[in-house]
Design a binder for this molecule. Structure first.
Ligand code: HEC
Ligand code: HEC
Ligand code: HEC
Ligand code: HEC
Ligand code: HEC
Ligand code: HEC
Ligand code: HEC
Ligand code: HEC
Length: 347
């Protein structure tokens, strides 16, 4: 008996929610259904349910997201959908959860939104609304290939610069998936200002961020690029000062730029021989830099023959050190031997 009541209740609930969904569609499924803004601009209010049906939220009801539509006709002004109703750690509905999403509140965007900046992105500005796809779908707005365009919708000039950089060309033109998009350098939900010391792009962390790919374990070596860029930097004057917590000294981005990074043979590259004097000569670096000064090699591996004089000087000192130590060792052994002989003959 109880079983039957539960079943009837269940059917009624389903029927009621289907009815609610259909109620929305009475108006919103009409092609051309729209409203006209005061400026004369037409805003479409037509909802193509197949788009929602092909999204990760297929099966969700209109009112699961538009919770403030409780009566028909409904209020003209509705609140933006709050994705955090479902997307929080410990949610019972099966939405992906974890620290990753909770980080948004502390990110520069989350803080700007909390501070009332209407231009900063909420979840739907990055992910979309009815068309949200799984993270591994190439159609997702946050898929690697599409991220620069999505972030670039607001950061327009940076997008234009990035697109022409070695990384932008490699990713967007040549589909090199190992090349960094905005999130590879900035993070996903934890994006911070460069001045925030915990940010991945702050002077304290830039060399680590570039080093993910340009260090000994990085992917850049697959593309014929030397993988010693972080180790040679760490051994340089700049790198040593950096390890001693000096944050005004040059890091990767000071010399290479960040959104406009180009290979050395590109005339627009900051490290092209035509521009290197200007790069070293930045007012807060070496304003007195000359051609002579700037011709010094930066990434020098003293154990590689290509490093020329540095290699031979390193070799010379290595041989000198080993030679001196070996001589000393022989001297000690001979001395011990003589002492032993002397003490035996003295007996
Ligand atoms: C009787 C027709 C009708 C029905 C039924 C209806 N709506 Fe609407 N809806 C409208 C109209 C008209 C507008 C435009 C309001 C305006 O002038 O800005 C609108 C706008 C909206 C908007 C956009 C609001 C904005 O700020 O731009 C949402 C979201 C919405 N409706 C959701 C729903 C949902 C969910 C349902 C079902 C529970 C529903 N509507 C049922 C007529 C309807
Ligand atoms: C996964 C959550 C979700 C579901 C489910 C959902 N919507 Fe939306 N809808 C959004 C978001 C996000 C927006 C963008 C505006 C905003 O942020 O509130 C939006 C916008 C709208 C708009 C404004 C016009 C537009 O396209 O931007 C209408 C009308 C609307 N939804 C109706 C519906 C109807 C009808 C259904 C059910 C068939 C539905 N929505 C289901 C999240 C959802
Ligand atoms: C500045 C853009 C941005 C904003 C704002 C943003 N996200 Fe994301 N989100 C990303 C990026 C980048 C990824 C990683 C790419 C991917 O997995 O699609 C991601 C991934 C996700 C994923 C899928 C992760 C997975 O692998 O399962 C979910 C779910 C998600 N975000 C939810 C949210 C929610 C909820 C909010 C609002 C609290 C939000 N996002 C705000 C950029 C953003
Ligand atoms: C009614 C609860 C609910 C609301 C509201 C909701 N989601 Fe979801 N979302 C889910 C569930 C459940 C899943 C998991 C779907 C699956 O794996 O089949 C999901 C999956 C996702 C994914 C895909 C994660 C992946 O595995 O790649 C993204 C991205 C996402 N949601 C973003 C959003 C955004 C942005 C909003 C706000 C516009 C939102 N969601 C609103 C419940 C919700
Ligand atoms: C809806 C528009 C919008 C989208 C989409 C967006 N941002 Fe932003 N972003 C902003 C706004 C607004 C600020 C705050 C600007 C300010 O106060 O300097 C900001 C700030 C930032 C900052 C800090 C800027 C500074 O000068 O300190 C970074 C870094 C950033 N965004 C990166 C990204 C990345 C990466 C993405 C994509 C994953 C992205 N943004 C997507 C609007 C957006
Ligand atoms: C190769 C790594 C890298 C990539 C790729 C990258 N950035 Fe940056 N970005 C940086 C670094 C490093 C800084 C900090 C520079 C500084 O110290 O001022 C920065 C600074 C920023 C800032 C704040 C400073 C400013 O110039 O306004 C924003 C906003 C930003 N990036 C957005 C983006 C967006 C959007 C994309 C994708 C189109 C992107 N970045 C791609 C490394 C990168
Ligand atoms: C996600 C991995 C990744 C990150 C992070 C990354 N790079 Fe790259 N970088 C690459 C790849 C891959 C290429 C080769 C692209 C191509 O031409 O196919 C490249 C190319 C370059 C080149 C051009 C080399 C040449 O002469 O052809 C320079 C210079 C460079 N990166 C510097 C940097 C700096 C500086 C940073 C940090 C601000 C950085 N990269 C961050 C992967 C990365
Ligand atoms: C003081 C300036 C300076 C700093 C700091 C610096 N570089 Fe360089 N980098 C150069 C110059 C100059 C060249 C070209 C000549 C050479 O290879 O030494 C270069 C070359 C490169 C190349 C191209 C190598 C190739 O095989 O084509 C990459 C990649 C690179 N640097 C990455 C980095 C990374 C990553 C960092 C930080 C860990 C960094 N650089 C720090 C000045 C600098």
């Amino acid at each position: 008996m109880r079983m039957r009541v539960t079943l009837i209740l269940f059917i009624l609930t389903v029927a009621a929610s289907v009815a609610a969904q259909e109620r929305c569609l009475i108006c919103h499924a009409k092609p051309g259904f729209s409203r006209v803004e005061e400026t004369g601009r037409k805003i479409s209010l037509f909802i193509d349910t197949t788009i929602i049906g092909h999204s990760v939220h297929a099966g969700k009801l209109c009112t699961d997201c538009h919770v403030d539509v409780t009566t028909i006709p409904h209020a003209r002004e509705l609140a933006p959908v709050n994705c955090r109703r479902c997307h929080y750690s410990g949610n019972p509905v099966g939405a992906p959860q974890g620290e990753l999403y909770d980080q948004y509140a502390q990110s520069v965007h989350g803080q700007e939104v909390a501070g009332g900046n209407p231009k900063a992105p909420i979840c739907q500005d990055c992910h979309g609304s009815h068309d949200i796809k799984s993270h591994d779908s190439p159609d997702s707005r946050m898929a690697k290939m599409n991220r620069p365009k999505t972030c670039g919708g607001c950061h327009i000039e940076i997008y234009a610069t990035y697109r022409e950089s070695v990384h932008g060309v490699a990713l967007l033109r040549d589909s090199v998936m190992d090349s960094p998009d905005c999130a590879s350098c900035h993070g996903e939900h934890n994006i911070g200002r460069p001045t925030d010391t915990t940010s991945q792009v702050s002077p304290a962390h830039v060399s680590q961020t570039c080093g993910e790919c340009h260090g000994p374990m990085g992917v850049a070596s697959k593309y014929g690029i030397k993988s010693d860029r972080t180790t040679t930097f760490e051994d340089s004057f700049h790198g040593i000062a950096h390890q001693m917590e000096n944050r005004t000294v040059a890091n990767c981005a000071s010399c290479h730029g960040f959104h406009d990074i180009r290979p050395q043979d590109d005339p627009k590259s900051s490290i092209n021989t035509a521009n290197i004097v200007t790069t070293c000569g930045q007012s807060n670096c070496h304003p007195e830099a000359s051609v002579q000064f700037a011709s010094g090699k930066i990434h020098v591996d003293p154990h590689n023959k290509e490093s020329g004089l540095v290699y031979y000087i390193t070799k010379f000192f290595t041989i000198l050190t080993i030679g001196t130590l070996a001589g000393l060792f022989v001297f000690i052994v001979l001395d011990l031997f003589r002492r032993a002989q002397r003490s035996r003959s003295g007996k």
